[in-house]
Design a protein around this ligand. Sequence first.
Ligand SMILES: Cc1cc2nc3c(=O)[nH]c(=O)nc-3n(C[C@H](O)[C@H](O)[C@H](O)COP(=O)(O)OP(=O)(O)OC[C@H]3O[C@@H](n4cnc5c(N)ncnc54)[C@H](O)[C@@H]3O)c2cc1C
Length: 453
Amino acid sequence: MAVSKQELTGWGRHPTVNGLERLTEDLESGSKGAELSRGLGRSYGDASLPVAGGFALGTRLADRILAFDSETGLLHAEAGLSLHDLTWTFLPRGWCSPVMPGTAYITLGGMVAADVHGKEHHISGTFGRHVERLRMRLADGRVIWTSRADHEYPDLFRATLGGMGLTGHVLEVELRLQSVPSPWVYQETERVQSLGLFLDALDKAAESWPMTMGWIDCLKSGPSMGRGILFRGRWAQPSEAPTKTPSRKPRISLPIDLPSALLNSFTMRLFNEAVYRSHWRRLTRGVVHPEEFFHPLDKVLQWNRGYGRRGFTQYQCVVPTRDGAARVLKLLTEAKAASFLCVLKDCGAEGEGVLSFPRPGTSLAIDLPIKEDTEQVVARLNEQVIHEGGRIYLAKDTFTREAHFRAMEGERLDRFIEIRRLYDPESRLRSTLSRRILGDRSPGVGPFSKTQE
Ligand SMILES: Cc1cc2nc3c(=O)[nH]c(=O)nc-3n(C[C@H](O)[C@H](O)[C@H](O)COP(=O)(O)OP(=O)(O)OC[C@H]3O[C@@H](n4cnc5c(N)ncnc54)[C@H](O)[C@@H]3O)c2cc1C
């Protein structure tokens, strides 16, 4: 077991917490007394950070595949298995994860805890829909199996999907993989000139395509606000795909932090313009490598260094109406806070996770470089999202205040707190995020404990 005391951060490199990460191949013994599990640290903000001075169980070395049934697609694996390793083990054999988020450098435990979604959300729902059972260590030390079955703590199971690690340590996952006709993807891209047209095109694409999403230029205002590139895809049929198996794409690494000064409105506009123009053909279609379709950002390891030392956050919200999405985007454009990436996706039905993020509506995800006023910008966006009846995604969040989160989540949050209190009355499992948005105050003492501060 390796224990390292270090400055821990999430993917956005802000905030930084001095804590311990205990990396082990044996999650069952390593989880004893740990206050949080941490996978590959790809959540942007403070979800994977223990409270200062605390320690997290690092799960990424516990990545064994324990069983696979090629009749049913049922996979049993340790929680530290990465989506990347899963994909490259199973895709050549005709199977893959039914939910593919925008990076493959995440663990099964992290996928459960954030109840992740992907381009296929309108068809496949969130990751939790495909999880059959979880083996967990609870705050009181018990190791149990949990599932939807009445005798396996179904309330705990549902609170764990999207529960950001606060209900217990996931040790093992049983998950149903999806069988695919070939390991290649058939993709179409379409250049779209405004937000209204974009949302129409997304709606239309969702009727016949299992995977859809769009990139929009969130620095454009006026009639071109929301112009961008729509991506729609499906697994390619063997008759149209290359006969060879795709090989893993080479990676490059960003070796240094880029100076924050490089990120100014001029360079960002230039970048967005270049991406828009690089799709000079209105429509393209063809078979592409699965990594190009699902995980284009993974080509550059440590691309988060591109935001400089100050780091960045991502603001991701989902709002029920198209007009609401347009108002949030307008606010964002006016705040001039956004950067390169703005991803637009229509979400399907709400999943069963008590605090899972997606709900029917339009999701916007935008990188925000950290500046003096980022917290205020997020607060303004949150007020608008509350007004629209939407919510934010905790896996990306860094700045949301407790009162705003409560205003968004209402009864869902009450239910989550009730279940958490049942299984962990003293809030032994906690994180920097739980302090910020659930009000856990000090080690072992939270708003749900018997002894209030
Ligand atoms: C480039 C990029 C693109 C992304 N695209 C998407 C996307 O398309 N859709 C989407 O939904 N998300 C997306 N994400 C977010 C990412 O999928 C989630 O944050 C995911 O939780 C990260 O997994 P991880 O293993 O790195 O977990 P970490 O970041 O290490 O931890 C995340 C949370 O999971 C908990 N956790 C981790 N392991 C366990 C365990 N074994 N038991 C209990 N709790 C655990 C942690 O406590 C923490 O609360 C993206 C992130 C990046 C960097």
